[in-house]
Design a protein around this ligand. Structure first.
Ligand code: NAG
Ligand code: NAG
Ligand code: NAG
Length: 362
């Protein structure tokens, strides 16, 4: 009797201890990442170049919009690809075997239960009246945007797509202040929400199983469990303040098509530990998504000017280009070559000219 009692009290003591330990770990980890508001690097742009960029974007906005133009250009490169019927998954989306062939971010392999749970929380597709011909701009976070003062022009696109936590407040002169779609994975999502657009849609991207937990928590306005916190590699936001009707889940076939059929990256192979895969950067997946949502697609803030080593890496912080980390998750060279060829052939336009400049003097 006595022994039994002691064991019980022992366990009661252990649980709070473990929890306290976890809290401590989390707090320590987070304070390491929390570096305060970034200070932008000073950067000067030649006014003649700026004018050239503005003229190019103004002419593009004045020209006649070509229906299904970008998608047709991309389709011309696809041979054996399954068509993606909808870039988003909804409450009543028909799930196909193709969606479960690979693990995230190429598919939902072994995650049917998680997926169904999240889908049941999501809205059914709404029949919106859409403009006849729509122009999308995908705004990357590249430092090439800095000082070009493209904000008011970017705001004139029908659909403005922003990635991860790319900020708008304090940078609107360069990047505008409208957001139609913000697309991100949990760790990349804004910690401070700045988008005020009433029609804004938030597109969640799943890269791993625990991302479903975060998405459900955000939809249900709940907090992520302490245990789940440990599986994120960086602090994740506790709130995504968008209406449920504006929550979207990316159909991972968008990423798979970009990786395997367009970038021609190797098919993911099971390894002893997890899967070996080349994952396209989020901007590439956003571009593919945009070709389904819009008729014409432009890119801004993609690529960087190689002749400017001290230029800012991002439009919003103080990292110089030279700080770009050597990383092997993404095949950046292949992405760049692919984007350049899309711009050269005219399928998409590069407003900031760092991929391939169609408006620079040769
Ligand atoms: C915007 O700029 C102001 C003044 O420089 C600064 O106090 C504030 O923290 C900045 N806000 C963001 C979100 O960076
Ligand atoms: C932000 O949007 C408002 C409303 O469209 C506009 O009046 C304002 O000039 C914009 N600000 C910037 C800096 O682009
Ligand atoms: C790249 O940098 C060079 C040198 O500063 C400049 O002349 C050129 O216009 C830049 N190109 C773009 C697309 O910004």
């Amino acid at each position: 009797m006595r022994i039994k009692k002691r064991r019980v009290s022992c366990r009661c003591f252990q649980v709070p201890l473990v929890v306290l330990g976890l809290i401590f770990l989390t707090v320590v980890t987070f304070s390491l990442f929390d570096t305060g508001p970034p200070k932008p690097l000073a950067w000067h742009v030649d006014p003649i170049h700026r004018k050239r960029v503005h003229n190019f974007v103004q002419d593009l906005l004045k020209s006649e919009c070509r229906p299904t133009f970008a998608r047709k250009g991309v389709e011309a490169r696809l041979q054996f690809s399954f068509p993606v019927t909808d870039p988003f998954l909804w409450r009543d989306t028909m799930l196909t075997p193709e969606m479960f062939k690979y693990p995230p971010p190429f598919g939902f392999r072994d995650m049917r239960g998680n997926l169904k749970d999240v889908l049941s929380l999501l809205p059914a597709p709404s029949e919106q009246q859409k403009k006849q011909c729509r122009r999308c701009v995908v705004i990357g976070n590249g430092g090439i945007l800095r000082g070009l003062e493209l904000g008011p022009l970017l705001d004139q696109f029908d659909v403005v797509i922003r990635l991860n936590s790319g900020p708008v407040r304090n940078y609107s002169k360069d990047v505008g202040n409208r957001t139609s779609i913000r697309m991100s994975y949990p760790e990349g999502s804004p910690m401070v929400w700045e988008d005020v657009d009433p029609d804004l849609e938030f597109v969640a991207v799943v890269y791993k199983a625990v991302d479903f937990k975060w998405i459900s928590a955000m939809i249900n306005r709940q907090s992520v469990s302490l245990w789940d916190w440990l599986f994120f590699w960086q602090k994740v936001p506790e709130e995504i303040p968008v209406d449920l009707s504006k929550f979207r889940l990316l159909n991972l076939e968008i990423i798979k098509q970009m990786a395997l059929d367009l970038l021609d990256l190797p098919t993911p192979q099971p390894r002893l530990w997890g899967w070996d895969q080349n994952v396209p950067t989020l901007g590439m997946s956003a571009l593919n998504m945009a070709t389904y949502l819009c008729d014409e697609v432009s890119l801004a803030g993609f690529g960087y000017n190689l002749s400017q080593k001290e230029a800012p890496l991002h439009y919003y912080d103080s990292l110089p280009m030279t700080a770009m980390l050597k990383q092997n998750m993404h095949n950046v060279d292949r992405e760049k070559t692919f984007l350049q060829s899309l711009v050269k052939e005219g399928t998409v336009s590069d407003l900031t000219g760092a991929l391939y400049c169609t408006f620079c003097p040769s």
